[in-house]
Ligand binder design. Structure first.
Ligand SMILES: C[S@@+](CC[C@H](N)C(=O)[O-])C[C@H]1O[C@@H](n2cnc3c(N)ncnc32)[C@H](O)[C@@H]1O
Length: 269
């Protein structure tokens, strides 16, 4: 690849190029192989799916899978991720032994049929980070400047409802929704109260966590809303809830809780 010639571009007093003036460059095209299709084979995915010890996760709005990674490291099996864009879905399928689905979640009329079509018999945990541009303070100024704030406020701010709908229909054992901390302050906290009240039958709570406390060399706060059907509060600590086929079968006296100390997203005491 030849290095582009920037010599004609203006520099500031310190000799640095100003990023706004830099041309957009397209790098080399990389084709990401699907872990299921090309590296491990569908049999391994099927095996994990059928393993009664697997805790099956569905990642909605999956992106390249940051949230999925936390769950995978905690011992969960992320069976599928859904994203409206093809690049994130392809990346998800590359990063995980997972079906990366390209679809607008709002167009999935019947979540049960959607899972059936994917060959996934049940989901133990639903996770997801619905788009947050409409809530993020940093994004709003930028969005106003491109006159699309209405679109973000009306369309993207409502996508969390799709997450709620999937939980309502699929009734997983637990869920974790991630968003920017401003979602908690939106409308004086009314939105958060409404969201938390949207999950009847679940014990729900939320916490704002900072990535810097999870070994990430960056201060990045995020809101995590968790809910579970085990009646457990304060789940967002460093341990994790594990449920096996016994639980699915109704043997709820079996204690499958464990702590690994590695994962940072979910946990039950
Ligand atoms: C905040 S990112 C999620 C990041 C991800 N949880 C992670 O940890 O990497 C939101 C994602 O939602 C996707 N998205 C936006 N609207 C969507 C829709 N209607 N259906 C499915 N995915 C959508 C975007 O393409 C984007 O990748």
């Amino acid at each position: 690849m030849t290095t582009p010639d920037y010599s004609h571009l203006p520099r500031d007093a310190d000799g640095r190029y100003r990023s706004a003036k830099l041309p957009t460059m397209r790098g080399e095209f990389i084709r990401l192989e699907s872990k299921i299709e090309e590296r491990f084979g569908p049999e391994m995915w099927q095996q994990r799916l059928e393993d009664p010890k697997s805790l099956i996760v569905l990642d909605l709005f999956c992106g390249a899978g940051g949230l999925s990674l936390g769950f995978q490291e905690a011992g969960f099996f992320v069976a599928a991720g859904v994203d409206v864009e093809s690049w994130p879905s392809t990346s998800h399928g590359y990063n995980f032994l997972s079906k990366g689905v390209v679809q607008n979640i709002a167009t999935i009329i019947d979540p049960e049929q959607f899972l059936g079509d994917l060959g996934i018999p049940r989901v133990d945990v639903i996770i997801g980070g619905p788009p947050c541009q409409g809530f993020a303070r940093i994004g709003r100024g930028k969005l106003r400047s491109i006159e699309r704030e209405d679109y973000y406020t009306e369309v993207l701010n409502n996508l969390y409802r799709e997450f709620v709908r999937f939980v309502e229909v699929l009734r997983p054992m637990a869920f974790v929704m991630e968003n920017v901390p401003d979602m908690a302050r939106y409308d004086d906290g009314e939105l958060l109260r409404r969201i938390e009240a949207s999950f009847p039958g679940y014990t729900v709570d939320h916490r704002i966590l900072d990535a810097v406390n999870a070994g990430v060399p960056q201060r990045r706060q995020r809101l995590f809303i968790q809910g579970n059907q085990l009646g457990l509060r304060s789940c967002l600590k460093r341990s994790c809830c594990r449920q096996s086929a016994d639980h699915q079968a109704g043997h709820r006296d079996v204690d499958h809780r464990f702590a690994t100390g590695r994962q940072h997203f979910i946990v039950l005491p």
